[in-house]
Write a protein of this length. Structure first.
Length: 91
């Protein structure tokens, strides 16, 4: 999803791709582009209108988008590990 190819550069897109691959049609092989496009269109509609998301207080994305006011966001924030500095070697 990025020029560098690092999944950390676009974590949101990687998360959505993983959900689509693992929850909706795992290991499905499409016969052609038209069939895949039809399936993905249906998946996106279900993902946005029927699948509740824990990170947005168990609302669907459509409900969260229409919601007025502050949403209770439940996503986790992880602290990045600090790089260890090399210790000097005594000779």
């Amino acid at each position: 999803m990025t020029q560098s190819g690092s999944p950390y550069d676009n974590a949101l897109a990687e998360r959505v791709n993983g959900i689509i691959k693992n929850e909706f049609y795992p290991k499905r092989i499409y016969q052609n582009h038209k069939e895949a496009l039809k399936a993905i269109t249906k998946i996106i509609q279900i993902y946005n209108s029927k699948r509740p998301h824990a990170s947005i207080d168990y609302l669907t994305p459509d409900q969260a988008h229409a919601h007025e006011g502050v949403l209770s966001k439940r996503w986790k924030s992880y602290q990045r590990k600090k790089k260890r500095q090399a210790e000097p070697i005594e000779v």
